[in-house]
Design a protein around this ligand. Structure first.
Ligand code: SAH
Ligand code: SF4
Length: 427
């Protein structure tokens, strides 16, 4: 979501006459788009802003701004922490940055809280890259109140974009060469709930997927993240019916212990998670399931953690983001005792990581010798000039190719594998 918002901002600033420079030393304005989900993300951003402030102190003149969730979360506090910061703008007011930069002087500008980003701002896309996939935000904010999470504070209540706006944005992306679209939101399957009608027992999110599925030339749709709470048969069925909807689902479970899920205020049980995943696997061939999980939530006992371990062992996720619990001031769980030691959190993190790595390796090994259709995304990091793409179910495939392959569908025969990627040759 942050990557997408940086893109919206970048295009907005370009159309206001600014230029994006590659080398940070050339910048007249330095903007840090930040995250607040864990303390570590904030520490990193504060460290970088301190480094930049020192450059300003030594005579280099540029404007320094903090935008995004940490800006919203810490607000004025950031000016105290670092007086060299010139502007602080929350995630709902990013579209106002161009107005700030148009002023003759920018002196400790603070723009927080609700804003009204124009529809045109939300649909800004950078067409200068030759990539074949794009992210599209379908909603802002989050109405849930997971006890550990800062997002409702930083991003506010849910606001849904009209279906028509999203469809026309996707149409024009496809006209510009995009083949794959990732729909973005904090809980995408809550899209339009309570605001748009349920039609033929289909949620507004499924209705949106159906409309997008009809766009000629759009090959793949993905979405992130859905919530187990509203993950119903209409969505599972959509995966079976809609040709563009990819067989990959990122379903954040957070814990395998019902007791911890209740403390987290996640309104579902372990049994519900298992039944959603079973239904997905029964209905969708080759579906890949990935997840988010938090280790070391306040009060997580050995027994609670062993239930998360057994969930991982029962489900065999394709991949998981494992987060060590980080107390965030202002959340409900920040008032609970953070009683799992850092060492124990590391230990639990490692146990889950080992399971995931073993499972990923097994999934990847099973692909050896098969031919996989991928959409080529670009150059692989540390890939010695090789390219990478993804299969419909999200497997990363690295292969030898040329720049002309980027944005194309290719068939690759898999001849090797690692934990995070498959390796192969074009056939
Ligand atoms: N809206 C998405 C998640 C957004 S935040 C959802 O509900 O699934 C991304 C992930 O960060 C979460 O899934 C959670 O695993 C992790 N996270 C959020 N707050 C956290 C905290 N205080 N400490 C550690 N991890 C956290
Ligand atoms: Fe945070 Fe929960 Fe909302 Fe996800 S659903 S953004 S974890 S409050």
């Amino acid at each position: 979501m942050n990557v997408r918002e940086s893109e919206q901002l970048m295009v907005d600033l370009r159309s206001a006459g600014h230029e994006i420079v590659e080398d940070e030393k050339e910048a007249d304005v330095f903007i840090l788009n930040t995250c607040s989900v864990r303390e570590q993300a904030e520490i990193k951003a504060i460290g970088k802003s301190g480094f930049l402030a020192r450059r300003k102190k030594h005579g280099t003149n540029f404007l320094l701004g903090i935008v995004g969730c940490m800006a919203e979360n810490l607000g004025r506090e950031l000016f105290k922490l670092n007086p060299k910061i010139d502007f602080i703008i929350g995630p709902r007011r990013l579209n106002e940055l161009k107005l700030v930069l148009a002023q003759p002087f920018v002196d400790h500008v603070l723009l927080l809280g609700d804003g009204k980003p124009e529809a045109s701002f939300l649909s800004n896309h950078d067409h200068s890259s030759n990539s074949a996939n794009a992210g599209v935000s379908i909603m802002q904010g989050c109405n849930m109140c997971c006890s550990y999470c800062i997002v409702p504070k930083t991003r506010g209540q849910e606001i849904y974009r009209p279906i028509g706006d999203i469809v026309s944005e996707c149409r024009s992306l496809v006209d510009s060469g995009i083949k794959e679209i990732m729909l973005l939101g904090q809980i995408v399957n809550n899209y339009g709930v309570g605001q748009f009608k349920i039609v033929d027992q289909k949620s507004p999110f499924v209705q949106l997927l159906e409309q997008l599925d009809r766009i000629p030339g759009l090959a793949r749709i993905r979405y992130m993240s859905p919530h187990p709470k509203g993950f119903r048969m209409d969505l599972i069925d959509a995966h079976r019916r809609l040709k563009t909807l990819c067989p990959s689902v990122h379903l954040p479970v957070q814990s395998g212990s019902d007791r911890i899920l209740r403390l987290m205020k996640r309104p579902y049980s372990r049994e519900r998670i298992c039944s959603i995943i079973k239904a997905l696997r029964d209905k969708i061939p080759n579906v890949a399931i990935t997840t988010d999980v938090i280790v070391g939530f306040p009060g997580e006992t050995e027994q609670d953690f062993s239930e998360t371990v057994s969930l991982f062992e029962d489900i065999h996720f394709n991949m998981a983001y494992i987060f060590k619990y980080s107390p965030r001031a202002g959340t409900v769980s920040a008032g609970m005792l953070d009683d799992v030691s850092a060492q124990e959190k590391d230990q639990r993190n490692k146990i889950l990581l080992d399971i995931i790595q073993r499972d990923s390796l097994r999934y990847n090994q099973a692909m050896l010798g098969s031919v996989v259709e991928i959409l080529v995304e670009g150059h692989a990091k540390r890939g010695d000039g090789r390219l990478f793409g993804r299969s419909a179910n999200g497997y990363k495939v690295i292969f030898d190719g040329t720049d002309a392959d980027i944005g194309k569908f290719l068939n690759i025969k898999i001849c090797d594998y690692g934990i995070t990627a498959l390796y192969g040759n074009c056939v």
